[in-house]
Design a binder for this molecule. Sequence first.
Ligand code: SF4
Length: 205
Amino acid sequence: MSKSKIAPSPQLLEIPQEHLNIMGYVDESEVNGPGSRAVVWLQGCSRECDRCFNTQSWSFEINQLISVNELIEKILANPRNTGVTFSGGEPFWQASALTQIAIKVKESGLNVMSFTGFTLEQLQSENAPIASQELLGQLDILIDGAFVKSLAVNAPKSLVSSANQKVHIFNPDFKDQLDWASDQVEIHILKDGSRIITGFHGSLN
Ligand code: SF4
């Protein structure tokens, strides 16, 4: 029942309906899933994993609000995006709005993948964040589990950052496309001059 669904931060309640609080966004990434992808980094994660590469994503304070419709338009405006990846922060704390985005971009032929610090079992339990099941139902690929420093995998070709994490292929079309990991780093320079660095040694969830 929904009464058992406890959010980690009251600031999640400050996000207006049909909006997301994001840390960052890039188009045409080739190191965050199969093909060329839009990547949405969600703001807010309560895990505080030792050696997290993305500590700026931890705060649940409002960082950048964007409406679901605006984000859908942004993703679809770039014809080179063949898929979308949700990363973080913790995407599943904003699963309801992400589900709406996933449904719309899939209607336009894109595929959808997400990272999460939860395990798949936790996301399937009754204590999972609101709308977790709905978001899981839209995903082609899920990479689950928090980063554990003692289990760190330092191999550039590995799809996971620590050995406890698992790659779940929900859409069998992708079972032969698990080759995006590399020793490459992408540096995306945004219109405002800020940079997002992602890939091996870059952002991870
Ligand atoms: S590694 Fe991922 S799950 Fe862990 S604190 Fe960083 S963003 Fe959160």
